[in-house]
Design a protein around this ligand. Structure first.
Ligand code: HEC
Length: 122
């Protein structure tokens, strides 16, 4: 009995280590709580921040009809998962001079989840 439980635990750990990092459903909740005040997930609907539809894999500053800061518009940054991980930790560290006032998500799990959610917006 003990053996089975331990084996199951080790298997769960192994799966967790190899599966994609984030959970998109949890990420949608993080988005609603922490991002949606300024960002929509709908193409073309900009607010204080640009729509984040299609942002994963795209160069910075490309949302149509959004007035970016010069820093964000001209940043030589492509938002792949690794770059988003850094950007969401500290937007200013990746795009110095951004007008975005949001200071970042401290929780690595929340960052992974929200990135997994953003990746569904295509
Ligand atoms: C207080 C408002 C605010 C909050 C909250 C906020 N952002 Fe932003 N975000 C902005 C603004 C404004 C910009 C544009 C910055 C600029 O032009 O310098 C931006 C830009 C971005 C960009 C770059 C987009 C591009 O096309 O270059 C990404 C990615 C992003 N935000 C993701 C997020 C995520 C994910 C969250 C939640 C974890 C979040 N933001 C929370 C205001 C916010």
């Amino acid at each position: 009995m003990m053996r089975t439980t331990l084996g199951g635990l080790l298997l769960a750990l192994a799966v967790a280590a190899t599966a994609p990092a984030g959970d998109p459903a949890a990420g949608e909740r993080v988005f609603s709580a922490r991002c949606a005040f300024c960002h929509s997930a709908t193409a073309g609907r900009n607010g204080t921040g640009p729509s984040l539809f299609g942002v994963v894999g795209r160069k910075a500053g490309q949302a149509p009809d959004y007035r970016y800061s010069d820093a964000n518009r001209t940043a030589d940054v492509t938002f792949d998962a690794a770059t988003l991980e850094k950007y969401l930790t500290s937007p200013r560290a990746v795009i110095p001079g951004t007008k975005k006032s949001f200071s970042g998500l401290k929780s690595a799990a929340q960052r992974d989840d929200v990135i997994a959610y953003l990746a569904t917006l295509h």
